[in-house]
Design a protein around this ligand. Structure first.
Ligand code: GDP
Ligand code: IMO
Ligand code: MG
Length: 424
C-alpha cells in the first residue's frame, strides 16, 4: 500500500482539516508529518466546529488511528488543551492516538525566543504565530532539542534544565525583552506528565509495519507550500518542509511509497502574517472576500490578507509537490461576485513571468489578470457537482486547463456535507 498525501498549495488555511475529515473513512491511519501548534485545522459537522492544532484531523472517526509523526513539534500544554476539548465528545483518544518518540518538544523558553526575535525584527517581523516553532526547529537542526522519547528518561529534568540555561543566555541578547518563566514551567511539566500517559511509538517502524500490513494511510500536511522553508517566500515562511518530500522525512516513509498527492487551494487566495503576496487586494474587494469567507486565523484570530487566485504560484506548488489531484475550497465565498479574477502571469520590470520568481520580496510584481464570469447564486446547498451553475463549472474547467491537474473536489461550505465530487 502507498501513503497518500494531502497538503496546502497556497499560504496555509486552505481547508486541509475539512478535507482530511471528509476523506478519513477511506483510511486506517491519518498521520501529521510536520509543523506544530502554528497550524489550526477546522472541522465542522453536526453543527459543531472543532479546531485542531497538533492532533491529526482523523481523530473524530471511529476505527481510525492518528499518528503525530517525528517531523512534528509538540507543545505539551497546547496538546493537552486539545485533548481536553475532545473529552465532552467522548472521543477515546488514548486508543486512537500515537505519538512519535522522535517528535521534538516546544519548551516555554522556545516561545520566549520566538517572541523576543520577532520583537527585535520590528517592521521586518515574519508575523509568526509565536508558538515557538522556529526556535524549536533550530534546536532540532542544531542538535540540542528535546524529544518525546526523552520524557521517559531518568535524566529528563537535567536535559530540560541544560536547554533552558542555553535559552536564557540567548535571551540576554534581547535586554528589552522581559520575561518570567516560573509560572509557565510548572504548567509545562504538568502537561509532560499527561503526555507520558499517551502511547509513544517508534513511528517510522509503526508506519512501515502498517504499510506492509496493507493499511491505508493519509499524511496530513500543515501550513502550505508557499510557507515551506525551502520553496516558500523565504524568509517569510515557517521552519519545516511543508511539501510532499516532508512526508518522507517527517514520517520515515520512503519516496517509493508515496501514492496520490492531493493539493488543496482556495478558489481565491489568503495569507496571514507578513511577506509577499502578489495577488493581494488591499481594497474593498479584499475586504469583501475576508467578510464573506470569514477569513480570520484559526490559531491566532488575526485577519487574513485576501486576494485573487494566483495561477503561477499554484503551478509552482503543484510542480514541487507532484500533486496528482486537486480540491478547490470555499467556492461559495465567491457566490455573490459578478466577476472573478485569476492571475495568469506576472510582470516584473517590464518582463513577463509565467512561473514564481526567486525574488518577490524586493521586486515590484504586477499580477496580470483574466476576468471570469461569476455564478451569482447560492452554491452552499448543492448536493452534486452536476447541479452546479455553468459559470462555476467553467471556472473549474478553466483552472484545470491552466493547472493541468484534475480538480476532483469542490467545496461549497465549511460542513463535512458541503463537499462536491467532480467525477472525471
Ligand atoms: P486549514 O488550516 O487548511 O485546515 O484551514 P483552516 O481551518 O485554518 O481555515 C479554513 C476555514 O475555512 C475554516 O474556518 C473552515 O471551516 C472553512 N472552510 C473550509 N472549507 C470551506 C468552504 O468550502 N466554504 C466555506 N465558506 N468555508 C470553508
Ligand atoms: P495551517 O496548518 C497559515 C504563518 C504565520 C507566519 C509564518 C511563520 O493552519 O494552514 P510560524 O508560527 O510558523 O513561525 O509562522 O507562517 N503560518 C501559517 N499561516 N496557516 C498556518 O497553518 C500557518 N502556520 C504558520 O502566520 O506568517
Ligand atoms: Mg489553518
Amino acid at each position: 500500500m502507498k501513503v497518500d498525501v494531502l497538503l496546502g498549495l497556497q499560504w496555509g488555511d486552505e481547508g486541509k482539516g475539512k478535507i482530511v475529515d471528509v476523506l478519513t473513512p477511506k483510511y486506517d491511519i491519518i498521520a501529521r508529518f510536520q509543523g506544530g501548534p502554528n497550524a489550526g485545522h477546522t472541522l465542522e459537522f453536526e453543527g459543531i466546529k472543532h479546531v485542531l492544532h497538533t492532533i491529526p484531523s482523523g481523530i473524530f472517526r471511529d476505527g481510525v488511528m492518528n499518528l503525530v509523526g517525528n517531523g512534528v513539534v509538540i507543545d505539551p500544554v497546547i496538546f493537552q488543551g486539545e485533548l481536553d476539548k475532545l473529552e465532552p465528545f467522548n472521543i477515546d483518544y488514548k486508543s486512537r492516538l500515537v505519538i512519535s518518540k522522535k517528535a521534538h518538544l516546544i519548551l516555554p523558553s522556545h516561545r520566549l525566543l520566538d517572541a523576543a526575535s520577532e520583537q527585535a525584527k520590528g517592521k521586518n517581523k515574519i508575523g509568526s504565530t509565536l508558538k515557538g516553532i522556529g526556535p524549536t526547529y533550530m534546536d532540532k537542526t542544531g542538535r540540542n532539542g528535546l524529544r518525546v522519547g526523552d520524557i521517559f528518561s531518568p535524566n529528563f529534568k537535567a536535559k530540560y534544565d541544560a536547554l533552558v540555561e542555553k535559552h536564557k543566555s540567548m535571551l540576554e541578547r534581547y535586554p528589552e525583552f522581559k520575561f518570567d518563566l516560573s509560572e509557565t514551567e510548572g504548567t509545562w511539566m504538568d502537561a509532560i506528565n499527561r503526555l507520558r500517559e499517551l502511547t509513544a511509538v517508534d513511528s517510522e517502524q509503526y508506519i512501515n509495519d502498517a504499510i506492509k500490513a496493507g493499511k491505508k494511510i493519509l499524511a496530513e500536511g500543515a501550513q502550505g507550500t508557499m510557507l515551506d522553508i525551502d520553496f516558500g517566500t523565504y524568509p517569510f515562511v515557517t521552519s519545516s518542509n511543508t511539501v510532499t518530500a516532508g512526508t518522507c522525512t517527517g514520517l520515515g516513509v520512503a519516496p517509493t511509497r508515496i501514492g496520490d498527492v492531493i493539493g488543496i487551494f482556495k478558489a481565491y487566495c489568503t495569507r496571514v502574517g507578513s511577506g509577499p503576496f502578489p495577488t493581494e487586494l488591499e481594497d474593498e474587494v479584499g475586504e469583501r472576500i475576508r467578510k464573506e469567507g470569514f477569513e480570520f486565523g484559526a490559531t491566532t484570530g488575526r485577519p487574513r490578507r485576501c486576494g485573487w487566485v494566483d495561477i503561477p504560484a499554484l503551478k509552482y506548488a503543484i510542480m514541487v509537490n507532484g500533486a496528482s489531484e486537486l480540491s478547490m475550497m470555499k467556492a461559495d465565498v465567491l457566490d455573490n461576485f459578478e466577476t472573478i479574477r485569476a492571475c495568469t502571469h506576472y510582470m516584473i520590470d517590464g518582463e513577463r513571468y509565467d512561473y514564481f520568481p526567486y525574488d518577490v520580496t524586493d521586486m515590484e510584481v504586477v499580477p496580470v489578470y483574466e476576468d471570469i464570469e461569476g455564478w451569482n447564486c447560492d452554491t452552499t446547498k448543492l448536493t452534486s457537482f452536476d447541479e452546479a451553475p455553468d459559470a462555476l463549472k467553467s471556472y473549474v474547467k478553466y483552472l484545470e486547463q491552466k493547472l493541468e491537474v484534475p480538480i476532483t473536489v469542490v467545496s461549497v461550505g465549511p460542513d463535512r456535507t458541503q463537499t462536491l465530487e467532480n467525477k472525471h
